[in-house]
Design a binder for this molecule. Structure first.
Ligand SMILES: [Zn+2]
Length: 250
């Protein structure tokens, strides 16, 4: 609910809204980019600027000015590249994302599950042992001192086992979630294999944030980096996509 409200798109004074409102963010200060429209119908001039910069001036943050059409085209191109990677090299893509589908990871997961089971049954066993020594003490088969010593030992072992169980459970869940998230993302991608135009639905289905960097003019050309954080899997480094493409052609 919070998330929905946060991403609600408010139309500007001119009544226009843009699907990137709420999604486009400043890569430097993290603030949302503010959508500015021109009064005339020159849609190509509609643009985004960092809202910190707009409110507090250039000292707070650089403008990060980007035209809406440039942003849309950049994101569309990146999505198409990612879609192509998934469509053609799904296994390599999965592996590159560390989805831990490899045999080794599976072995590791099995070992962790076994260790978890062992720890759980040892806890149950300690409960039984405790009951037994308690009965022995009551029936005077065991001295109170000896009972105290043993029960301290059991208790100590149980505390350690509980810590171990927590740790293992967390690790197993993380590993399973990661694989699950990559699966979810891939399912989403497969809905849009032939993507040629962005719509708000497609954008929201696949992307949770787009980080726009300040333009870099050091090369003599205006170069502006855009980073896309995809739902379920986050930002895909360029090197990862490169690796996926190379792995198959090599
Ligand atoms: Zn900023």
């Amino acid at each position: 609910m919070q998330e929905i409200r946060k991403n609600k798109r408010r139309p500007t004074r001119t009544g226009k809204s843009n699907m990137f409102s709420g999604i486009a963010r400043c890569a430097d200060c993290g603030a949302k980019l503010y959508y500015c429209t021109s009064n005339n119908y020159e849609a190509r001039q509609d643009h985004f600027v960092c809202s910190s910069s707009r409110k507090k001036g250039k000292d707070a943050c650089e403008a990060h000015f980007i035209r809406a059409v440039v942003l849309e085209e950049g994101v569309l191109q990146h999505m198409r590249l990612v879609i192509a990677c998934v469509a053609c090299y799904e296994d390599v893509f999965r592996e590159a994302l560390g989805a831990r589908r490899s045999a080794e990871a599976k072995k590791e997961l099995t070992a962790k599950r076994k260790a978890l089971q062992k720890a759980e049954s040892r806890i149950a066993e300690l409960d039984r042992l405790f009951k037994r020594i308690y009965e022995d003490m009551v029936n005077e088969k065991l001295s109170e001192t000896r009972f105290q010593m043993l029960s301290d030992d059991y208790e100590h072992e149980q505390v350690e086992l509980r810590i171990k169980i927590d740790q293992l459970t967390r690790e197993i869940n993380e590993q399973e979630d990661q694989a699950e998230n990559v699966d979810r993302f891939i399912r989403q991608v497969k809905k849009y294999l032939y993507l040629d135009k962005l719509t708000p639905t497609i954008l929201n289905d696949m992307v949770n944030a787009v980080y726009v960097h300040a333009p870099d003019k050091s090369s003599g050309h205006r170069v502006q980096e855009i980073e896309i954080s995809y739902n379920y899997i986050g930002i895909l480094p360029a090197s990862l996509l490169q690796h996926v493409q190379n792995a198959k052609t090599a």
